[in-house]
Design a protein around this ligand. Sequence first.
Ligand code: ZN
Length: 286
Amino acid sequence: MRIANLTGRLVLVADELALDVETASGGRFGPDPATVFGAWDEFSAWARSVDVATRPDAVAFAATELGAPSPRPRQVIGIGLNYADHAAESGLPLPEEPVVFTKFPSSVAGPDVDVRLPGGTVDWEAELVVVIGRGGRDIPEDEALDRIAGFTVGQDLSERTVQWQATPAQFSMGKSFENFAPIGPAIVTLDEFADPAALRISATIVGPDRGETRVQDGSTDQLIFGVADLVSRLSRTLELLPGDLVFTGTPPGVGAGREPKRFLDAGETLITRIEGIGAIVQRFYA
Ligand code: ZN
């Protein structure tokens, strides 16, 4: 099952078609994409019975009409250094516990947005994002995948100067500018993947001249702390709430890890893809 936010309304998606959930469910589920996670088990049981492709009321849509599939998460959690190969390029040892920070929720954006560059050292981090369904506290690892709604694509955009400008570092400030947490295009349930623990993930920069440079190309099978482990560990400290986002970390290839360092410029476009989910796009301006 794939769900999305089409012009502010919750939809089921199949191929190029979207089905309005409130209408198709006869009002059983409301139109607000933010509230569906609070009734996730009931919603997903209904949604699995619906075949979008054969519905006469399904409509074609453009990717540019999509908003953030979880538009108002109460918590947005980021995990640092969660790929063995990215920890190596950062010159840092492998963490023994997850490195956790927050992206403040006002940084959340849809899958196709313009982003103002607040400084000259804005960097990309392609990430698999977990969207919490039922959530809870003290979730055992073997129940964790039942407490999530699914996966989406995210960019953990980071202004590196702000991130590192104090001691201790200011991760949450450097990563929370407007539109610095774009997600989408849809939330995909785990049953849609042949192997949800091994998804190809990439980031590509498109220059003003349309030239493309693939800057990240990895697999989520390199996660040090996997999704179920992360959900379980986080829930020992905080209550994971329906619709919350967990940015699970980035594979190697970020700009700050390059020699020479390389950051995003005005006029460039960033495309982030995850196999089986889709792509998100940001255009940068000064
Ligand atoms: Zn990150």
